[in-house]
Design a protein around this ligand. Structure first.
Ligand SMILES: Nc1ncnc2c1ncn2[C@@H]1O[C@H](COP(=O)(O)OP(=O)(O)OP(=O)(O)O)[C@@H](O)[C@H]1O
Ligand SMILES: [Mg+2]
Length: 384
């Protein structure tokens, strides 16, 4: 029996075969690209926010793919790291993009295939850099100068540029403001430049407010609805030549809670259980659940838990406890359970929201990852 490749993509930054339920933001990105490429008008930046694992990075990847496929544009990508400035890194990558664009064979379209662009998302132009004729460029310039050089190089070949920045919530306010000011002040309104940013919802907090981002097109992405969850589960299997029975689909969809990361993990194990069969049946789906749970626990829950300080873990355990018993947890409820004044523990809540371990739905606190509350209740004891 030939082994068919598994069509699911469990794991962060893994582009799904079907990007379900993201038409709004993708349509917005296509609009922005068309405006920049065809109407010679610099579009508003796009900002994609959502909690951990809902698919922000894969949306950025999709934007880069679209730019490459439709217009032959390059994408310069940078991911902000904790406590590390990103501006110099970004400026360096822009200079590298300028060099790649300048040295590539003439012609308005810069022929890049999707795979090349993906590879390039880690940095800029690894493959193409190797084929460059010119000596190494000077890698230091201010962000504004680097941006000018890259866009000028793109313009010279009647092309344009996409700039993506991920994990924006990790940028200091000062650096983000500097980045925004550069884009605002140094970007003429007829540049072929599309800027797309992604981060946790805390990017939106007033403390981080910068004018440039206020006028951006904001997209909040979250859990998939029932229809999109079903499509995200069924389509990859169908494309790979296997159907899913309605009962199996219901079970997998309900278990995922519409959480995109869990959709891929569940799909992955259901696919494996159905090796050699023409259809994923309810039995296959049932057999997949323990492995999917174990995978989510090891990959998601444990990582979030270990990333929390002992006090934050106490806070998380209290939220999980309340959710398990009452289905509701507000900051006030948690404080009461911990025997503290709300103001004394609100910094814990804020940190956990900022990291995306929890999210706020109005006053209610929730875990973005289905099953995490249960996992904490069953397995976790706060570190001493
Ligand atoms: N719209 C979608 N449909 C189906 N699967 C998706 C969708 N969006 C994301 N996924 C899957 O969810 C997982 C997480 O995606 P991604 O890494 O982009 O999340 P993220 O929001 O960037 O997470 P983080 O905040 O931790 O960086 C991947 O396995 C991806 O394939
Ligand atoms: Mg991401």
């Amino acid at each position: 029996m030939a082994r068919l490749p598994n069509p699911y993509r469990p794991g962060f930054n893994q582009a799904p075969l079907l990007l379900a339920g993201r038409d709004d933001v993708i349509d917005g990105a296509v609009d922005a690209l068309e405006q920049a490429a065809l109407d010679a008008r610099t579009p508003r930046p796009l900002v994609v926010v959502g909690s951990r694992g809902v698919g922000k990075t894969v949306v950025l990847t999709r934007v880069a793919d679209l730019a490459a496929e439709r217009f032959g544009w390059l994408t310069v990508h940078v991911e902000v790291r904790p406590h590390e400035p990103f501006t110099d890194l970004l400026a360096g990558r822009l200079l590298e993009a300028a060099a790649v664009l300048t040295d590539a064979p003439p012609g308005p379209r810069f022929e890049v295939d999707t795979a090349t662009v993906r590879a390039r998302l880690a940095g800029v132009g690894a493959e193409l850099t190797l084929r460059r004729r010119a000596p190494e460029p000077v890698r230091h310039a201010s962000l504004g100068d680097a941006l000018h050089r890259a866009v000028d190089a793109a313009l010279a070949r009647e092309s344009g540029l996409v700039l993506t920045v991920d994990e924006v919530q990790l940028a200091s306010h000062r650096e983000l403001a500097g980045f925004a000011a550069t884009l605002q002040e140094r970007t003429p309104d007829d540049w072929p430049l599309v800027v797309a940013l992604a981060g946790l919802p805390s990017v939106r907090s007033p403390r981080r407010s910068v004018t440039y981002l206020e006028r951006a097109a904001w997209y909040e992405i979250g859990l998939l609805d029932e229809r999109d969850t079903a499509r995200a589960l069924a389509e990859p299997a169908a494309q790979a030549g296997r159907s899913i029975s309605p009962a199996a689909l219901d079970l997998l969809a309900a278990t995922s809670g519409g959480y995109p990361y869990a959709v891929q993990v569940l799909g992955h194990y259901a696919w494996r259980e159905s090796f050699g069969a023409p259809e994923i049946t309810l039995d296959h789906a049932r057999a997949a659940l323990p492995r999917a749970h174990a995978d989510l626990a090891a990959g998601l829950y444990q990582a979030r838990w270990d990333d929390a300080s002992p006090r934050q873990q106490e806070y998380l355990a209290a939220v999980a406890d309340l959710l398990g018993r009452t289905g509701e947890a507000t900051g006030g409820d948690v404080a009461r359970l911990l025997g503290a004044e709300p103001s004394a523990v609100s910094y814990l809540r804020d940190r956990l929201l900022q990291k995306g371990t929890l999210y706020a739905d109005g006053r209610a606190l929730r875990f973005p990852t289905p099953g995490m509350a249960q996992w904490i209740t069953d397995h976790a004891t706060p570190d001493a």
